[in-house]
Ligand binder design. Structure first.
Ligand code: ASP
Length: 617
C-alpha cells in the first residue's frame, strides 16, 4: 500500500521546478488542482504547499498512463514520475513560477481519491465563511491560507530566534490554573477529583511570569495561548496567541527596545524593513490629538480650532467655550454631494454633549473669517473633508468641576467623539483618499507608536468604583504614590485623586491597532496590597484571590516588567488579512463555535455526574 515511499520518493516540490531543471527526472506528489482534457493530451495541474506544476500525459506516448489519468478528478492525491521539459515558447505561462516547464508523465500512481469537495482550493471566488470553516482542511489547501500559515510560522520563528539570542528562555506555564484578572470572563474547567472546584484557563500567564522573575529566570518569553471569554469581534478570538515576555530590572525603555528588536526580526521575516525606535506619546497627548489611546498615525491629527472662532461665533453656534473645539481633516475625499454629507451625521456618536458640524461649507458661508483661519491652521487643501467637533453650550460649565487629570472626563468625551468620527470617516472614504493602501514603503505602511503614561485607574460608572486600567499588578509612577495614598480614602468618588495616578504602563500600537500592552510591575507587597485596596478589595478578599502571589512578593522579589503582544494580530497585518480567522488555522466563529469539530457540545450524563455538575435547562 505504501510502496510510493519505496520507489516513488519525492525528488521535487510542485512549486520548485524551473527551466534549469529541463531534462531532469522528477517525482512529484500532490493534489490534482485542475485538469484539462484535450483528447490525446491531458494536462494536470499538480499542487502541493509550494505551488503547482503542469503535468502532461500523452496518449500516443503511453496509452495506459493516459487511461489512468483520464480517471483523475479534482483533489485526488497522486504521484507522478517523469522528465522535466521546457514548454514551447507560445505555451509559457508567465503568471506561474513553474510556467516555463512541464513534467512529461512516465509513471502515475493514484494514492487516494477524493469526493467532490464543497468548494475547490483552486476556485477564484470564495465560498461563504461557514462552509470554509466547516471544511477547514479544504480551505487551508488554498494558496492564500498556505501563505498565511507559512508567514505565521516564519514570524513566530523569527521572534523565538531573536529573543533566544537575547538570552530569553521560553518557559511554559500551566493552562489549568486559577483566575488572573485581565478584564474578561474566565473559561472554567471543572475538577473531577474535587467536585465543585474549577480551574480557570489563563487569560494570560501574568502571575506565572512574575513568579518566574521571583524564581530567578530574569528573561522569560513564551509564545502562548490565552483564553478570554468576551464578546467577539473581527479582531478577537476566545483563544488567541500572545508573545508574552517579562524581564527583571528593566526601565520601560529596555522593554521597548526588546519589542522593537523582535518586531524588526518578525517584519524582516515577512519581507519588510522597519525603522526603530518607534515614536512615543503620552496617553493624554494621544487623547488630545487623536481622541483615542491607539492613534492611527497614517491619518492627520486633530487641529485645535477654538481660537479661530470669535467669541460671538461661539455664542451663535451655542458652543461650550470650556471644552475643546477640534477640526478633523480627512485628505483628498473630493467634493461631496448633499446626500453624501447627510450620510456623515449618522457616523457621529455623541458623548458628553459633543456635537458635530459636518458641513464645512456652511461654516464658510456663515463664519467666513473663522473658516479661513481654520483652513490655514489645518493646512486644508482642495478636496479635503473637514468636520468640526465641539461641546454643546447646553453641557453647561461642567469643566469647573475639580479634576486631577490633564484631560478632564468632560474633555475626554468630546475628544473621544471626535476620535471615533475621524476613524469612521477615514474608513468610509478609504477608497478615495487611499491612505490605507500599501505603498511598499514600510515607513509609510507601518506606523508604529508607543503610548505611555496611561492612567492607573478608570472609573466604572456602573459599579461606581475604580478599576485597574491595565491590570492590578501594574506599578504606579513613583511620584504619584502620595495621590494613591490620598485616593484610597475616597474609593467611591469619581473625583478621587486616584484619577490622577499614572501607571508605568505602555502600549505598542500599529496603524491604529493595539498590538500589545505591558508595564513595570509592583514588586513590593505593601504597594500591591494598597492597589488591591484602591480597587475596592478588602484584605481578606485580596488574600483569598491572590494570597499565593502576595506571599511570593515577600520573598525577595526583584523589580521587573514586561509586555505581551498579540501574535495573531501581527500576522494578520503582515498578511494583509481582514480577520484573525484568516491567520489562525482552526479559528472559532463570532459565536465562539468551532464549525469543523462542532464544539462546544453537550456532554453525557455520566461525565457530568462524575464532575458533580447538573445542567439547568
Ligand atoms: N498580561 C498582560 C496582557 O495580557 C500583558 C502584560 O502586562 O504583560 O494584556
Amino acid at each position: 500500500m505504501l510502496d510510493y515511499l519505496g520507489d516513488l520518493r519525492r525528488t521535487h516540490m510542485c512549486g520548485a521546478l524551473r527551466a534549469s531543471d529541463a531534462g531532469k527526472k522528477a517525482v512529484l506528489m500532490g493534489w490534482v488542482n485542475r485538469r484539462r482534457d484535450h483528447g490525446n493530451l491531458l494536462f494536470i495541474e499538480l499542487r502541493d504547499r509550494t505551488g503547482v506544476t503542469q503535468i502532461v500525459v500523452n496518449a500516443e506516448r503511453d496509452a495506459a498512463i493516459h487511461e489512468k489519468a483520464a480517471a483523475l478528478r479534482n483533489e485526488y492525491v497522486i504521484a507522478v514520475t517523469g522528465t522535466v521539459k521546457l514548454r514551447d515558447a507560445n505555451t509559457v505561462n508567465k503568471n506561474m513560477a513553474t510556467g516555463e516547464v512541464e513534467l512529461v508523465a512516465e509513471e502515475l500512481r493514484i494514492l487516494n481519491e477524493s469526493k467532490l469537495p464543497p468548494f475547490l482550493p483552486s476556485d477564484t471566488a470564495l465560498t461563504n465563511e461557514e462552509t470554509r470553516l466547516k471544511y477547514r482542511y479544504i480551505d487551508l489547501r488554498r494558496d492564500v491560507m498556505q501563505f498565511n500559515i507559512e508567514m505565521r510560522h516564519k514570524v513566530a520563528k523569527a521572534i523565538r530566534d531573536y529573543l533566544s539570542a537575547q538570552g530569553f528562555f521560553e518557559i511554559e506555564t500551566p493552562f489549568m490554573t486559577r483566575s488572573t484578572p485581565e478584564g474578561a470572563r474566565d473559561y472554567l474547567v471543572p475538577s473531577r477529583v474535587q467536585p465543585g472546584t474549577f480551574y480557570a484557563l489563563p487569560q494570560s500567564p501574568q502571575l506565572f511570569k512574575q513568579i518566574l522573575m521571583i524564581s530567578g529566570f530574569d528573561k522569560y518569553f513564551q509564545i502562548v495561548r490565552c483564553f478570554r471569554d468576551e464578546d467577539l469581534r473581527a479582531d478577537r478570538q476566545p483563544e488567541f496567541t500572545q508573545i508574552d515576555l517579562e524581564m527583571s530590572y528593566p526601565q520601560p525603555e529596555r522593554v521597548w527596545e526588546v519589542v522593537e528588536g523582535f518586531l524588526t526580526a518578525a517584519f524582516a521575516a515577512a519581507g519588510s524593513t522597519i525603522k526603530t525606535p518607534f515614536p512615543r506619546m503620552d496617553y493624554d497627548e494621544a487623547i488630545r490629538l487623536y481622541g483615542i489611546d491607539k492613534p492611527d498615525l497614517r491619518l492627520p491629527a486633530f487641529v485645535d480650532v477654538k481660537e479661530c472662532f470669535a467669541p460671538e461665533n461661539l455664542q451663535q453656534l451655542a458652543l461650550n467655550t470650556n471644552l475643546p473645539i477640534v477640526a478633523i481633516r480627512i485628505p483628498k475625499v473630493g467634493e461631496l454631494s448633499r446626500a453624501e454629507r447627510d450620510s456623515i451625521k449618522p457616523l457621529f456618536i455623541s458623548k458628553g454633549g459633543a456635537k458635530v458640524f459636518e458641513d464645512f461649507k456652511r461654516i464658510e458661508k456663515n463664519f467666513p473669517e473663522a473658516a479661513a483661519k481654520i483652513s490655514a491652521k489645518a493646512a486644508v487643501e482642495a478636496g479635503d473633508l473637514i468636520a468640526i467637533v465641539a461641546g454643546s453650550a447646553q453641557t453647561g460649565e461642567q469643566t469647573a468641576l475639580p479634576t486631577h487629570r490633564k484631560v478632564t472626563p468632560q474633555e475626554l468625551a468630546i475628544y473621544a467623539s471626535a476620535g471615533l468620527l475621524r476613524l469612521a470617516l477615514a474608513q468610509k472614504y478609504a477608497e478615495r483618499h487611499g491612505i490605507f493602501k500599501k505603498t511598499g514603503d514600510p515607513a509609510k505602511d507601518f506606523r508604529f507608536l508607543w503610548v505611555t503614561n496611561f492612567p492607573m485607574f478608570e472609573w466604572d460608572e456602573g459599579e461606581k468604583s475604580w478599576m485597574a486600567a491595565h491590570h492590578p499588578f501594574t506599578s504606579p509612577h513613583e511620584e504619584d504614590m502620595p495621590k494613591l495614598e490620598a485616593g484610597v480614602e475616597s474609593l467611591h468618588d469619581p473625583q478621587s485623586e486616584l484619577s490622577a495616578v499614572r501607571a508605568l504602563a505602555y502600549d505598542v500600537v500599529l496603524n491604529g491597532t493595539e498590538l500589545g500592552s505591558g508595564s513595570i510591575r509592583i514588586h513590593r507587597q505593601d504597594v500591591q496590597s494598597r492597589i488591591f485596596r484602591a480597587l475596592g478589595m478588602t484584605e481578606e478578599e485580596a488574600r483569598a484571590r491572590f494570597g499565593f502571589f502576595l506571599e511570593a512578593l515577600e520573598y525577595g522579589t526583584p523589580p521587573h516588567g514586561g509586555i505581551a503582544l498579540g501574535l495573531d494580530r501581527i500576522v494578520m497585518i503582515l498578511a494583509g488579512a481582514e480577520s484573525l480567522r484568516e491567520v489562525i488555522p482552526f479559528p472559532k466563529t463570532a459565536r465562539a463555535v468551532d464549525l469543523m469539530v462542532d464544539a462546544p457540545t453537550p456532554v453525557g450524563e455520566k461525565q457530568l455526574r462524575e464532575l458533580g455538575i447538573q445542567v439547568k435547562k
